[in-house]
Design a protein around this ligand. Structure first.
Ligand code: HBI
Ligand code: FE
Length: 264
């Protein structure tokens, strides 16, 4: 299907002790913050998959543990890869993970995902059957998105769920989005700040709402379950493209009379 699927070797032996120290510092800081903030499935999987806290995980060994649970594996890539290749890997239950880690100078923020964002943020929920089935379906839908104009709708769906999604639990709102789960500041802000809107998940609403990168979100969308993600995308996504094309986009700050707000 692709002459180049952008996968590379992890080159584990190229990591310096500084790389592993950066991993350990990032892991420890985030693990403390996510107690009572991350979704239970996220925290359980962090333990269940035995994701190392002191050193950067070995992708092959972690994949062997992950594969036993949901059939997913992780593949090393050099960074962001083209959309169609990304969708292709997801449709094959392979999650592309960047193999480099941020430098100590960039400890606080990086523009592109590094191995900490991808492993710590994304891998735990790949062990959840419902979420990982949604992600595989997302990849399949992406491959069939026929044409560039639909890709930005899919990018918004990915952004407001996989990267910045919240889930309602019996103990209150919890984080499942990787962009939040790998960010110390946004992990607190998304659940406690009075600034952002928190709106119940609605597929067409999300696909019509654009987003701004490298700032905290002005809006978070809240699901009731991971099954909801799969069912909504499976039953509604394809029919929405022609409808959305005729509507103009919402900004992240937009509030609609049809929005169902979620209180913190
Ligand atoms: N590539 N490695 C990598 N990781 C991503 O999260 C990623 C990507 N390419 C495209 C992409 N994400 C987004 O455009 C998704 O919305 C498809
Ligand atoms: Fe990500």
């Amino acid at each position: 299907m692709f002459e180049n699927d952008f996968t590379i070797d992890q080159n584990y032996n190229d990591y310096t002790s500084q790389c592993h120290i950066t991993w350990k510092r990032l892991y420890r800081r985030q693990a403390n913050i996510l107690v009572d903030r991350a979704a239970p499935e996220f925290l359980d999987a962090m333990k269940d998959l035995e994701i190392e806290s002191e050193i950067i995980p070995n992708f092959e060994k972690l994949s062997d543990r992950l594969e036993k649970r949901t059939g997913w594996r992780i593949v090393a890539v050099p960074g962001l890869i083209p959309d169609d290749v990304f969708f292709y890997h997801l449709s094959n239950k392979c999650f592309p993970v960047t193999n480099w880690i941020r430098s100590p100078e960039k400890f606080e923020y990086i523009q592109e995902p590094d191995v900490f964002h991808d492993i710590y943020g994304h891998v735990p929920l790949l062990a959840n059957p419902f979420f990982s089935n949604f992600l595989q379906l997302y990849g399949e839908k992406g491959l069939r998105a026929n044409g560039k104009e639909n890709l930005h709708y899919l990018a918004r769906l990915y952004w407001y769920t996989v990267e910045f999604g919240l889930i309602q639990t019996s103990n209150g709102l919890r984080i499942y989005g990787s962009g939040i789960a790998s960010s110390p500041g946004e992990s607190v802000y998304c659940l406690e700040s009075s600034i952002p809107n928190r709106i119940k998940f609605k597929l067409d609403r999300i696909m019509q709402t654009n987003y701004i990168i490298d700032t905290y979100q002005s809006v978070y969308f809240v699901i009731d379950s991971y099954e909801q993600l799969f069912n909504e995308v499976n039953s509604k996504l394809s029919d929405l493209y022609p409808v959305l094309k005729n509507n103009n986009d919402y900004s992240p700050e937009t509030v609609l009379p049809t929005d169902k707000f979620v209180n913190i």
